[in-house]
Write a protein that binds this ligand. Structure first.
Ligand SMILES: [Zn+2]
Length: 69
C-alpha cells in the first residue's frame, strides 16, 4: 500500500492567537498546486490573507479576517 502526498494543506490559524478558527478552514488548493507557495497563492485568490508575525506566517481565512480586530 502506498500513500502519496497530493498537496500541502494550508489551514486557518484563526482570528487571533488565542482563538481557533470556528470553521477549521483550509485552503482549497487548485489541482495543480503542490507547494506551500502555490497553495497560499490559491488562498489569496479566495480572499485568504497571510499575516507575518515574528517567526512565521499566519494564514487567515476570509471568515476570520472579517472577525479579527
Ligand atoms: Zn478561519
Amino acid at each position: 500500500m502506498t500513500a502519496r502526498v497530493v498537496a500541502v494543506e494550508v489551514s486557518c490559524d484563526g482570528p487571533d492567537e488565542q482563538t481557533d478558527c470556528p470553521d477549521s478552514a483550509a485552503v482549497r488548493a487548485r489541482f495543480t498546486s503542490v507547494t506551500v507557495r502555490q497553495v497560499r497563492a490559491d488562498g489569496r485568490a479566495d480572499g485568504w490573507t497571510g499575516r507575518r508575525v515574528p517567526g512565521h506566517l499566519r494564514d487567515v481565512c476570509p471568515t476570520c479576517k472579517g472577525a479579527a480586530r
